[in-house]
Design a protein around this ligand. Sequence first.
Ligand code: ADP
Ligand code: MG
Length: 410
Amino acid sequence: MSATTTTPFFEAPGRGATAQALAELFTTTHGGQPAGVWSAPGRVNLIGEHVDYTGGLCLPLALPHRTFVALRPRTDGLVRVRSAQESGSDVEVRLADVGPGEPAGWGAYVAGVPWAMLRQGFTGEVLTGGFDALVDGHVPLGSGLSSSAALECAVAVALAELAGAPLDDAGRAALAAACMAAENVVAGAATGGMDQAASLRCRAGGGILLDTRDDTVRQVALDLAGAGLALLVVDTRAEHSHAGGEYGKRRADVERAARLLGVPTLREVDPAQLETALERVGAQEDGQVLRRRVRHAVTEIDRVRRTAELLQDGRAGEIGPLLDASHESLRHDYEVSSPELDLAVETARAHGALGARMTGGGFGGSAVALLPAGRVQAVADGVAAAFADRRLRAPQFLAALPSEGAARDR
Ligand code: ADP
Ligand code: MG
């Protein structure tokens, strides 16, 4: 690739126009208007990876890329849904039949939501009466940017509003818990809760410092443009076929380490006592592995704390080394990176990123880099060229402007 090539970006379409087009498509598909169109964003986690299932802190922000849902209640208990991203596999399921593993496939992320909302204490006719829905997603699927949570959360705000439930922060926290249950139980995918909290509770212009010990959130302003900075997401589009099994193993590792240390979660390990904790888990048969897992969790939570402090002090330009350290920890201690992610991170740094790391579950998926605003195109071009040189699939680039959480569009 020559130096003059400019790599294209995966842009988010305008919300108003997308919502209008979906409403019109709903009318031609189902006859009659939808009750409304709602959307929820994908997210990128700035820092705090693989710690949301051990009581840790994380700092995600909502992407401008959203999943839209046009929806209209029914009264016969049926959920009928069609997605532009899953053409040819329309879903039709009776709410009474929804449960663990049912429906299989992508419909679980939709029909699982009313199922989980009822169990979370939400009430309303739409939660039992069913609905017709059309979905159009602009969050890349399976790229670690949380298209699954975007879909759940778009459905959740639609149902909450139609059920008359408040959409204040407490209401959104309860919805996030329901969406996580839908994903864990109905879709059967283990997730820790960060994705749903980010998609529902982020506000434009900032990220959230999420404390997964008690689900509290602190809004963190991210005036990157004001500081002359930008966040670039590199979706490596690399397969991550072992992600599910390995994710489960990492969870099992940290849960066992916590038991050995006599604490409910690794959040309870004081960073000042890390060496003592490492010695204790190190005495096990697989002590070397456990040592690395514990070291990642404890140091990562501490890095989130320090990142939040720097951001709070208006020193966003200084968080780069923390992002770099997070990547090295995920790569060597937690062992969830991949050659493509390492290449994206190293190339971004070589082209002027202040810091870069893999983001999301890993084993493929996306990386995030903090850069001087003027370097965005150069870094994207550099990473694209490095992938082309190695004959890897062309990555996709997204600008991570901190965007609004789930909301109604029309
Ligand atoms: P990620 O959340 O990182 O994108 P996941 O594997 O958690 O990856 O979720 C991807 C799955 O979510 C898809 O395989 C599909 O089942 C479902 N999904 C996400 N977005 C959509 C959509 N717009 N339409 C239909 N299904 C979707
Ligand atoms: Mg997901």
